[in-house]
Design a protein around this ligand. Sequence first.
Ligand code: PGA
Length: 233
Amino acid sequence: MKIIAGNWKMNGTRSGLSEMQTALAGVNTENRVILCVPFTFIDGTTGPAAIGAQDVSEHDHGAFTGQVSATMLAEAGAKYVIVGHSERRMYNGDTNEIVRHKAEMALSAGITPIICVGETAEERDAGKTLEIIESGVRESVPMGNGDVIVAYEPRWAIGAGITPSNDDIATAHKMIADILESMGRGDTPILYGASVKGANAAEIMSIPHVDGVLVGGASLKSDDFIPIITAIK
Ligand code: PGA
C-alpha cells in the first residue's frame, strides 16, 4: 500500500473536486489517496480520496486575521494537512520551527500532518542537500505521539519537469528514515514529491523508503492523476 497525495495548490473548483471523486470511485486500488485542496473546497466533502488542507495556523484561536485553525479544519472534515510546503516556506516565511508548531496543532486536532522538507537549488549547488534535509526533519517533525507523514520535496524540481536521480532519492529517503527512527518515529511514511507523473511514478515508488508520492500539477486532472494511483498496487 502506497500513499498518493495530491496538492491542488490554488487551483480547481468545488465542482471539479466532486468530478475527481467520481472518477476516483471507478479506480481499483489498495493505495491510500489524499487530495489536499483549497480551504473552501473542504466543507465535509467525502469520496474515495480523503481530504486534506494545504496549510494550518500555528495558533489555536484568536486575532489572526485570515488564518484557519486545526480545529476548524477538523470540523470541516479535513483528515490531513500539508505543512511546510516549499511555497509556504518561500512566500510566507514558514520556518522549521513554525512548521513544527503547525504540525503539533494538526496532531492535537486529530489531523495527520504531511510535513515537507527539501533543499533549494542554491543549497543543492552548495553541497548542502543532506544537511538541509536533516535539519528540516529534526526541527519540523514533532517529538511524541500521533501519526505524521514526511514528504521529501527537492524544491528545485517542483513543477520543473525534472527529478533527482533514483540514487539521490534513495539516499535522501534512507537518511530521513534513519533520522525518524532515531526520533522514535520509525514507522512514519515518507513520500517523494516534485515532478511526479504517470510515466515515472512506478519507478519512483519502487525506490526503498519511498512510501508514496506527493503530486502537484499531475493531481489536477483525473487523466493525469489516476495513472499515478494505479502505477503501483
Ligand atoms: P509538482 O509539485 O508535482 O507540480 O512538481 C509538487 C508539489 O509542489 O507538491
